[in-house]
Write a protein that binds this ligand. Structure first.
Ligand code: NAD
Length: 495
């Protein structure tokens, strides 16, 4: 997705490769001192974040309002409270996550103990996106801290108020020697990407995802890419349409006005059910946002003029002319585009080619609802896929045949709020996942540790190899208890 020109560097381009290298070296030294490894340090940082949220909630909400005119209800529910609950969840689970995981010993290594030790990766870089600027920055930071890493956060310049708030307030609550904020746009991010990090966690579009991956490849740095895509909603005809329409509407327009990575991108339903669904969605929209949605305080605005132009160009595509069945109004000065429904748009129209990321919702029709599964699988893999149905068999088929980062049946976006589910993409929607323990794992190396004593010296493993030793080893590997007994006694004593 090309979003056009980005704003110029926010600190006058002072943060260059040299400064980035200095900062990385400084942080690496502190990481090597072991400061970030203790449970106490990790917990103190997480507690600091909770305290920051409690004390600075008004400033956070004001920044989100300045950046996106996000309704306070959404800012609180989708950003502030989610970050706080991720923090408290991590605090509750931290000790348990850090504990080495005992695993069974195998016959080939008997006698021994085996465990998986979660080791911090080192100094990690987190680059985040503008649409949920508070959540998308701090969610991965929580995982990185919990796993015992030093962290550099590069928030999005497209949400400048939230970015500068981080730079101002984070140092008052967390250890600034190990957790830093670098503000800026392409030049600053490029300077950061030139350095050797132990992990890069990137949230944003696939075009920049490729730049991040290429930079990481130079240093063999592992990456998590949290990207987007066209998340479909399949709607069966056997549903409670009123409830479904409300859930689709709040999952689309009630999530940053469609500017959300897991917002419904398009609907697929049957030809016969489409008019019923459209009617229900129209009524719901009027109930939620009034007759003139431009007057509603409950809709975020389009983030900037670039995105406004990008979205209106999707509507101006001649391939969708006459397809708007609701909305379509726009006001460039107020960066407003009405919640818009389009029916039966052609597959080769622009709106069906790229991720929409805004208040437009096209509806595609098929003869049978099952036809939608092949249609989804013929496109690049989405970050989320939704199905509304009462048919359990159809649900099972959907789960087993459609590939997507995550799935939700009979609702929208809520899977993101479950700390026990991994959140991440597949294929073009990214790779790697986070949230809850998955965040801890995303920033940990799983170190295999096998420990043996000096008892049970199996001489059969040592040269010179003889037919007797080979026979014993074969029996041992085939699970013979008697062979194990003999091996432990150090048999055969000689060749
Ligand atoms: P964005 O413009 O904020 O960019 C993301 C980050 O990339 C920013 O920090 C920016 O400074 C940096 N960046 C931009 N251009 C760069 C370049 N040339 N080199 C290096 N760094 C650069 O955000 P965006 O890309 O507009 O975000 C929207 C996309 O992100 C959508 O595709 C959306 O679906 C996806 N997204 C995914 C998730 C997820 O969790 N999977 C969450 C939010 C958004």
């Amino acid at each position: 997705m090309d979003y056009g020109e980005k704003p110029a560097a926010m600190d006058g381009g002072e943060f260059d490769g040299e400064r980035a290298a200095e900062m990385e070296a400084e942080m690496r030294e502190i990481f090597r001192s072991g400061k970030t490894r203790s449970l106490e340090w990790r917990a103190a940082q997480l507690k600091g974040l909770v305290r920051m949220i409690e004390e600075k909630e008004a400033d956070i909400m004001a920044a989100l309002d300045a950046d996106l005119a996000k309704p306070p209800f959404e800012s609180y529910l989708h950003e502030v409270s989610l970050v706080k609950s991720s923090c408290t969840f991590a605090l509750k689970e931290l000790k348990h996550w850090m504990k080495p995981e005992k695993v069974p010993a195998s016959i080939t290594t008997f006698p021994s103990t085996a465990e998986i030790v979660s080791e911090p990766l080192g100094v990690v870089l987190i680059i985040s996106a503008w649409n949920y600027p508070f959540l998308l920055s701090l969610s991965p930071v929580i995982g990185a801290i919990a796993a015992g890493n030093a962290v550099v956060l590069k928030p999005s310049e497209v949400a400048p108020a939230t970015s500068s708030l981080f730079a101002r307030i984070l140092p008052d609550y967390i250890d600034n020697s190990c957790i830093r904020v670098v503000e800026g746009s392409i030049p600053e991010t490029t300077a950061l990407l030139e350095q050797k990090w132990d992990k890069i966690f990137y949230t944003g579009n696939g075009k920049v995802g490729r730049i991040v991956m290429a930079a990481a490849a130079k240093h063999l740095t592992p990456v998590t890419l949290e990207l987007g895509g066209k998340s479909p909603v399949v709607v069966d005809s056997n549903i409670n349409v009123k409830v479904a329409a409300k859930r689709i509407a709040v999952g689309k327009w009630g999530c940053n006005n469609g500017q959300a990575c897991i917002a419904p991108d398009y609907i697929i339903t049957t030809k016969s059910f489409a008019p019923i669904l459209v009617d229900s969605l129209k009524r719901t929209l009027e109930k939620f946002y009034g007759k003139d949605a431009s007057e509603s305080k409950d809709l975020s605005r389009i983030v900037n003029a670039n995105h406004f132009k990008r979205l209106t160009s999707l509507l101006d595509d001649e391939k969708v002319s006459g397809k708007i069945v609701h909305g379509g109004q726009r006001d460039e000065k107020r960066l407003y585009i009405a919640p818009t429904l389009l029916l039966d748009v052609p597959h080769d129209s622009l709106i069906m080619k790229e991720e929409i990321f805004g208040p437009l919702l096209p509806i595609i029709t098929v003869d049978k609802v099952e036809d939608s599964f092949d249609l989804i699988n013929s496109k690049t893999k989405p970050l989320a896929a939704y199905l509304f149905t009462k048919d359990k068999k159809l649900e099972e088929k959907f789960v087993n045949t459609v590939s997507a980062g995550g799935m939700l049946i009979n609702d929208i976006a809520l899977h993101l709020a479950n700390h026990y589910l991994p959140f991440g993409g597949v294929g073009e929607s990214g790779f790697g996942s986070y949230h809850g323990k998955f965040s801890f794992d995303a920033f940990s190396h799983k170190k295999a540790v096998l420990s043996r004593g000096f008892f049970g010296e199996a001489r059969a493993r040592y040269p010179p190899y003889t037919p007797r030793k080979q026979k014993l080893v074969r029996q041992l590997l085939n699970g013979s208890i008697i062979a194990m007994f003999f091996a432990l006694l150090g048999w055969p004593r000689s060749g």
